[in-house]
Design a protein around this ligand. Structure first.
Ligand code: MSP
Length: 525
């Protein structure tokens, strides 16, 4: 049976062009999606844009552009960037699409008829940048500020529709007790504390906010942007050309196995969203993973600080693979991470150009030189004992699998890198370049080199979800077929591929060419 794996990135606000934070979540999700496809799963990687709400309405107004035109333009930037950097999403959803509105209405009717909607008076301080009411009081007569955006909050006092979150205190408390539901563990405790403090109903409609989905039978009200946005994950599953009702969408890959998000929006995904789904009698996602925030040279990034990192410029300067490698390998996924120019160059040059790139280059060169442009032939094997790299490589590939299963993307990268380092160590120890001078040791050299090439092939396979292009250049350099992690493999194929001994003896090796050029950079990243 084919296993389905639905995972999501957040749906990004289109108040502006993509920033490095949205790139980070998307690259991580892409790596996980590629891994699952290699395992034979039928993957749906969902991404898209969250296009309603006051923040976006105001951004459009500030730009002097009609809102519709503005969101179309911004959504276009996201789609173009994902295309340019090879993100393998299966669905790109936009919450301003008519089919989304239909689905939101259907969902809302279910929740309402189940008795979980009421009218109430909403009073409180609102952060437009967060699109969220904040738990503060404007003491001292002053206007409180958002501690994330450092912007003044806005006072609201209006009649809104409320979602009765309080009805779900018990089931949500039980849900977040489940270890697997929120990752990493430290963030689960944060969510648990929030739930223990008592769940309060939240308002799901706004008055005088034309840029939103109208609430049925409630003239003048549009849906609160988060109520509509989360449902975008389900809309994404429906076929734009097919039937567009809730049931059809749900049948195409719901529930999601994984919501990948940043830590700032954990509460929405781990508390509000499951409660909304319970209110509509729908199945819950299996896991929510909140990653940390990126800083730059130790400082928070922001427009006012003038230290943002424009993804387009960054990719143009250094290419895609170095950015993927740096973000996935350098940062423990789940923790905050810093982008540092020097460390970026060090890691890319040490890990990719030296440890992996040179390994491939010199082993392919040696093999070609001494074994007629081929992988050493079988007949020259000296004895039947397993190559010392075989257990090392097998353990490494197993470790990569365990890491991916728990979103330990750094662990997967490090296990791959450690394998490459072990191969280099083995090469230095065996020094085939000396041994080959002694004709009687030719068979031993053949065995050493075969093992080195075979273990290197496994490095190439493990790199596939992390840095797919580098992985394929490596595999091609060994005369192997590149992998297609955008479309995936049949179930069971990965186990076959990573089995030791898969590299055919005597396979022709193409002329060695540098796998990864050293990165030289004048100026900033
Ligand atoms: N529209 C909502 C999500 C709705 S999901 C149904 C939203 N959008 S966002 O564009 O503001 O943020 C998208 C993601 O970027 C979030 O996961 C957020 O955590 C992440 N990041 C924003 N700044 C970031 C950093 N500096 N570092 C890492 N990720 C950051 O929230």
């Amino acid at each position: 049976m084919v296993h389905r794996f639905t995972l999501t990135t957040p749906l990004y606000y289109v108040n502006d062009k993509p920033h490095i934070g949205s790139v980070y979540t998307t690259l991580a999700a892409d790596a996980v999606a590629r891994w699952q496809r290699l395992q034979g799963d039928q993957v749906r990687l969902i991404t898209g844009c969250d296009e309603h709400g006051l923040k976006i309405q105001r951004s459009a107004a500030a730009a002097g552009v009609p809102t519709r035109e503005y969101v179309d333009r911004m959504a276009g930037h996201f789609a173009a960037l994902w295309q340019r950097i090879g993100i393998s999403h299966d669905r790109f959803v936009r919450t301003s699409a008519p089919r989304h509105q239909r689905l939101v209405h259907e969902f809302y009717e279910r929740v309402r008829s189940n008795g979980h909607i009421r009218l109430g008076q909403q009073q409180g301080w609102y952060c437009v940048a967060c699109e969220e009411f904040k738990d503060v009081n404007g003491e001292d007569g002053g206007t409180p500020r958002c501690d994330i955006h450092d912007r003044p909050l806005e006072w609201r006092d209006e009649e809104n529709l409320f979602f009765c979150l309080s009805h779900f205190q018990e089931p949500i408390a039980r849900l977040v007790e489940r270890e697997s539901f929120v990752g990493p563990a430290s963030r689960r405790r944060e969510v648990q504390r929030f739930v223990e403090a008592g769940l309060r109903d939240f308002s799901i409609s706004r008055v005088d906010l034309p840029w939103g989905i109208p609430v049925p039978h409630q003239p003048g009200h549009t849906f609160y942007v988060w109520f509509d946005a989360l449902l975008g994950y389900i809309t994404a599953l429906s076929d734009p050309d097919g039937p567009q009702d809730l049931a059809t969408a749900l049948a195409s890959g719901w529930p999601a196995q994984l919501h990948l998000i940043g830590k700032d929006i954990l509460r929405f995904h781990a508390v509000y969203w499951p409660a909304m789904l319970l209110a509509a009698d729908l199945p819950l996602p299996e896991r929510v993973f909140g990653h940390g925030f990126l800083t730059r040279e130790g400082r928070k990034m922001g427009k006012t600080l003038g230290n943002t990192l424009d993804p387009d410029a960054l990719f143009a300067k250094v290419g895609v693979e170095p950015v993927r490698w740096y973000l996935l390998r350098n940062i423990q996924f789940g923790e905050d991470g810093d982008i540092q120019r020097k460390r970026f160059l060090d890691l890319v040059n040490n890990d990719l150009a030296n440890t992996i790139g040179n390994l491939v280059n010199r082993t392919v060169s040696m093999s070609r030189r001494w074994f007629a442009d081929c992988v050493p032939p079988e007949g020259e094997k000296e004895d039947a004992s397993p190559h010392p790299l075989a257990p090392v490589a097998t353990a490494a590939t197993a470790r990569v699998g365990r890491c991916f299963a728990q979103q330990d993307l750094q662990g997967a990268a490090m296990a791959t890198l450690a394998l490459a380092e072990a191969i280099n160590g083995h090469l230095s120890e065996q020094a085939p370049w000396s041994a080959i001078k002694d004709v009687s040791r030719r068979a031993a050299v053949a065995a050493v080199l075969y093992g080195v090439l075979e273990a290197t092939r496994l490095v190439g396979l493990c790199l596939q979800p992390l840095t797919p292009e580098l992985s394929n250049r490596l595999l091609i350099q060994l005369g192997c077929e590149p992998l297609d992690s955008r479309h995936g493999l049949p179930p069971g194929a990965w186990e076959q591929l990573v089995r030791w001994g898969g590299l055919p003896h005597g396979q022709p090796l193409p002329e060695a060419s540098p796998l990864m050029a050293r990165l030289e950079l004048d100026g900033d990243l």
